[in-house]
Design a protein around this ligand. Structure first.
Ligand code: HEC
Ligand code: HEC
Length: 375
């Protein structure tokens, strides 16, 4: 009996030794990327502060104190933004629905996610999104870019993935642990979490500033409008008593070309406020008067972001102007600035000429915002 127990004990000790050995190997391999990197780059890792070049005619961007911009953070954010690793099937990245050449929109009435699933709304362009302090999305349901970036990964009609899985993929990736170390001074790959992913993406998004369109160049005295553009500008801003009024500038306020408020601009015909097929802001506030209200979208790069409205119902800017000229569909909460307008053919041509001065080619072609995997 005694010798049997001893044998067992010996066996147990061997098992224990084996397990310790395995654990040791595992721990060494788990930190290897970070250790190697440390050897290469020195022990101290402090990300380089990044100073945002903010346009003089914009209000200052509010940047959260716990996520300051750094060169390494922005670069990591750019990589994550373009990386389909974030999606369930490895085929959809943030950029699938936010393409630079389309002003960071996707050119579709309804965005299409993994497995071709269609979402309920049109993609939003991301130009100047760092300035949207009154809430993100068409209905303002997300408070911050850090908060927003967590959402698409788990939306079934977007990336349809699972954050624990994404965290695992990033921790075991040959490249990302090192990039996270540089951006956030982590010392262990287990510190890579969804919250750091969101922080990095938010940093990248805050750099997406579009403020070098012809409109801005004219303001800076570096360009001049054609006669048609100037006439369109005056109609847009109700700036001349000799020209028709449009009321556009109340909601599409410069320089962002949105006042960031939630309004009903009369695109939907309903018999009562209960009947909006997409309740928009009302779904969030639960205030019936907010039903059918959507955040006023920016008009910057509007030439590139057709089709228009939250449901992509208008293919062209001509169709949008016809809508506004009609005065829109009546509802108890229709904004009074949406009213019947008397536009001539020339007025519409000039308004569209002005709207096209909001196209910022240096923004959409900026190599700093481009897909890093194409470089
Ligand atoms: C399948 C397409 C799709 C994918 C993938 C996608 N988005 Fe979006 N994005 C949309 C749509 C559609 C909206 C508007 C939805 C709404 O308002 O309800 C939107 C809205 C946003 C907004 C709000 C912009 C504003 O003006 O308020 C941000 C920011 C954003 N997306 C960033 C991202 C990031 C970051 C990722 C990747 C983690 C991502 N998106 C992935 C389609 C997509
Ligand atoms: C009462 C505020 C208000 C006024 C006035 C107004 N808009 Fe809008 N505009 C909105 C809102 C809100 C939306 C989004 C509505 C939606 O999708 O449900 C919008 C959407 C648009 C879009 C589509 C943008 C996109 O990305 O899909 C264009 C273009 C546009 N407006 C141009 C104009 C022009 C030109 C005028 C003047 C003739 C004008 N707007 C007047 C509030 C307004």
């Amino acid at each position: 009996m005694a010798s049997k127990t001893q044998q067992l004990n010996l066996f147990e000790v061997c098992c224990l030794l084996f397990l310790c050995l395995c654990g040791g190997i595992f721990m060494v391999s788990a930190t290897r990327v970070l250790d190697d990197a440390d050897r290469k780059n020195g022990d101290v890792c402090s990300p380089t502060p990044y100073t945002l070049q903010e346009p003089a005619h914009f209000v200052k961007m509010l940047i959260p104190a716990d996520n300051p911009l750094t060169e390494e953070g922005i670069e990591l954010g750019r990589q994550l933004f373009y990386d389909p690793l974030l999606s369930m099937n490895g085929a959809v990245s943030c950029a699938s629905c936010h393409l630079p050449q389309l002003g960071f929109g996707d050119g579709k009435a309804f965005s299409i996610g993994v497995n071709g699933q269609e979402g309920p709304r049109s993609s939003l362009p991301l130009a100047n999104v760092g300035y949207y302090y009154k809430g993100l999305f068409w209905d303002g349901r997300s408070k911050s870019l850090e908060d927003q970036a967590l959402i698409p990964v788990r939306e079934p009609h977007e990336m349809n993935s699972d954050w624990s899985l994404v965290e695992l993929k990033l921790r075991n990736h040959p490249k990302y642990p090192e990039l996270f170390r540089k951006a956030f001074s982590i010392t262990d790959r287990k510190e890579i979490t969804r919250f750091l992913v969101a922080k990095a993406i938010a940093q990248f998004e805050r750099t997406l500033i579009s403020a070098n369109a012809k409109y801005d160049q004219v303001l800076a005295g570096k360009a001049t409008y054609t006669a048609s553009e100037e006439r369109g500008r005056k109609i847009f801003f109700d700036a001349s008593d000799d020209l028709p009024k449009s009321e556009c500038g109340h909601c599409h306020l410069d320089p962002l070309f949105t006042n960031l408020d939630f309004q009903n601009n009369g695109i939907q015909q309903v018999t009562s406020l209960e009947d909006f097929p997409d309740k928009g802001r009302g779904k969030i506030t639960k205030i019936i008067y907010d039903n059918g209200k959507f955040r006023v979208p920016t008009l910057r790069n509007i030439e590139l972001t057709a089709p228009y409205m939250h449901d992509g119902r208008f293919e062209t800017l001509e169709a949008v102007l016809d809508h506004y000229a009609s005065g829109g569909h009546l509802a108890d909460n229709l904004n009074p600035n949406v009213r019947q307008l008397n536009f001539s053919k020339q007025d519409k041509i000039d308004l569209i000429a002005f709207l096209k001065t909001l196209t910022d080619t240096s923004f959409v072609q900026n190599p700093a915002f481009a897909n890093p995997f194409n470089e």
